[in-house]
Design a protein around this ligand. Structure first.
Ligand code: KG4
Ligand code: ZN
Length: 333
């Protein structure tokens, strides 16, 4: 069979990325231009700034990606990009660039859901076996999805309020740690002890998650301690918070694995680059004799390689998108 080369673009938030993926598996070239340094000044992503920076960088990122691969646009079999979910202005930059390439080079256009990209980041290194449970943990999502086959997604549970990454970022801000908060909370937690009592989170029969209560609890706790003139040990507070949210994550995931009798767990999304979470889920899986797949850390946070991997599944099934496709800030897979 002929090799298929997909040029994929990701621009849903604050990373402008382009990647060439061969047969949905091999990362020929991936460029990620991160805007983190600029957004750090504002303590979070500023949507207008993000879309302007995508516009400034997109052509350069695509050019670099092609030159690293030693390929030309005419060598590409299909053009793919993230169309949802994300920041509208940011999505539009990647979407319109990709549609233009597809139109000019007369090759299929593939519109990829960003969350599907996160899941299929796992395909870049592994051959997946179904059925499996997919846990997506990112800045915008915390989803448990049952996959009976490659393109069959049944949502078992989602967060009822904030995503886990949002909670990490908010707690970082409360502790005055710089943006992006997640990796910094992890660093602090590693050096702390779980000395602070934390509330129990949504201990119910569902597979849903909740992270806004713990976020408010930490906020109120810090505020009250300051009012009383008490000093807070940031390391211990980060460790106590992390232990609490990760226990919640592990318990709900474990329940879904047992009740659906699943033998494979996939994890993905930016928060899946957290070592404590990777190890906690891995030891839970070992206790259940469940195989666990997780992407290399560079494929956990936003990147175009994962979009290329997901696009290949759509390519194989001839699920091409019309050039009238629009960006959407929200969309389930
Ligand atoms: O998947 P991603 O890059 O973008 C979204 O699709 O949302 O995830 C970004 C989120 C942010 O909330 C960031 O703080 C969090 O992932 N994150 C982490 C870690 N690395 C990134 N959270 C906890 N620990 C980490 N090491
Ligand atoms: Zn993402």
């Amino acid at each position: 069979m002929k090799d298929i080369y997909i040029l994929a673009i990701e621009s849903s938030c604050d990373e402008t990325s382009a990647s060439i993926i061969k047969n949905g598996k091999i990362d020929i070239s991936t460029i990620i231009n991160s805007q983190i340094d600029i957004h750090t000044k504002y303590g979070g992503v500023v949507p207008e700034v993000a879309s302007r920076l995508h516009l400034e960088n997109i052509t350069m990122v695509i050019d670099q990606c092609l030159s690293n691969a030693n390929m030309k646009l005419c060598d590409i079999d299909a053009f793919a990009c993230t169309y949802a979910p994300g920041l509208l202005g940011s999505l539009l930059v990647g979407l319109e660039s990709t549609k233009a390439l597809s139109y000019v080079f007369k090759k299929p256009f593939i519109a990829v859901n960003h969350m599907m990209g996160h899941i299929y980041a796992n395909m870049l290194e592994n051959n997946l076996e179904y059925p499996l449970l997919s846990l997506i943990i990112s800045g915008g999502h915390t989803d448990l999805i049952l996959m009976k086959s490659e393109d069959d997604f049944e949502y078992l549970g989602q967060t009822l309020d904030d995503a886990i990454g949002e909670a990490y970022d908010k707690v970082a801000r409360i502790l005055s740690l710089p943006y992006p908060g997640g990796p910094n909370v992890e660093l602090y937690a590693k050096q702390g002890k779980t000395e602070y009592a934390m509330p129990v989170i949504l201990n119910d029969e569902s597979y849903n998650f909740s992270f806004s209560g713990i976020k408010s609890y930490v906020n109120n706790f810090v505020h009250n301690e300051k009012q009383r003139g008490h000093e807070i040990n940031k390391y211990d507070l980060a460790a106590s918070f992390q232990n609490c949210v990760v226990s919640h994550l592990v318990e709900k995931t474990k329940k879904a694995l047992i009740n659906y009798n699943l033998k494979t767990l996939l994890i993905s999304g930016g928060v899946a680059s957290n070592n404590y979470i990777r190890e906690s889920l891995r030891s839970m899986c070992e206790s259940l004799n469940v195989n666990m797949y997780m992407p290399e850390k560079k494929y956990c946070t936003d990147n175009a390689a994962m979009i290329g991997a997901a696009a290949y599944i759509l390519y194989k099934n001839k699920k091409f998108a019309p050039l009238s496709t629009n960006a959407k800030s929200n969309a389930n897979i």
